[in-house]
Design a binder for this molecule. Sequence first.
Ligand SMILES: [Mn+2]
Length: 344
Amino acid sequence: MANYSLTYFFFFPSFYASEPRNCGIIKKTFIMIDHEKFIPLSRVNRKLKLRYSITLSSFAHLEPVERTLERLQSQGYDAVEMFGEPKKMEMKKLRDILDSFSLPVCGVTGMWGSVSEDGWKRKILSADRSITKHSEEYVMECIKMCQFVGGNEMNICLFADNEMVSFDRNHRALSEDRKGVVTQKAIPLLAKLSRFAEDHGVHMLLEPLNRYSTPFCCTAKDALGIASKVNQDNFGILLDTFHMNIEEDSFEDAILKSRNLLRHMHFADNNRKMPGYAHTNFLSIMRSLSGIGYNGYASFEPILSDKNYETFTRKGLEHIRSIEKSLSSTSLSPSSFSNPAVVN
Ligand SMILES: [Mn+2]
């Protein structure tokens, strides 16, 4: 580990706000090879070809959506994720705006929890029937909106009543039993919504968050268990690196175990900045995605504090693209995978 400390210092001399802090992360990772978990070479799909999207919800508090699209369209993104506030927008007008830019919509981000002023009544796990009914209608409106703007994915997050998840200063997670009892009740509604989504050509993707948002579905394991009970072809899961950093034992293990149902990724660093601006190891994450043959979207979901975001959104994407490039180049020599696989 002494090497690691020195290396960290050596490769991270810059703390300029406009530069991704871990621009040397690839070198760092190879030096840390003894401490990391690797997928064996035989599982790596060298043709990893992700499509890159970004969540428009990240910009909604800063400027009108057309301004964001104008600024992002030359940055190299393949698509955008529209935020799900169908009641606050005139759909035809929205579609005209979206159509006037060269960025297709891959899907809709559900505006769950405190991210929206209406989030308090978007709680699929609520014990209050009027709240679950409202949540059901909200998801249906988002699904219709998703189809209308040309997308085919929507994320579902399982929020519950505040009384069910009182703030825990000790950061404790819930027991598996408690999670199971509460989420079981939502299965019929999720199955119903999934069938509704299927009729609209939309995939419903369950996104585990972290315990501070909703402790009932906060790991890939939680989401996979729920998805298996819903048991619909268009019901998959979405993993978000920000939440995974808090909840998962291992990024690699969570991705590998999700391989049959993983349809979308959210990318943000551990502090929710753009990838490359903190210390999440995206090389390892990308390698794992490559290992399962993932070819869906990686949708960047940063928290942006002001309008001067263009350097961050551009460099964050460049950072991930450079990792993708390195995975299909000679840097993936067999010796890079000489460690025994611990992912299973
Ligand atoms: Mn997310």
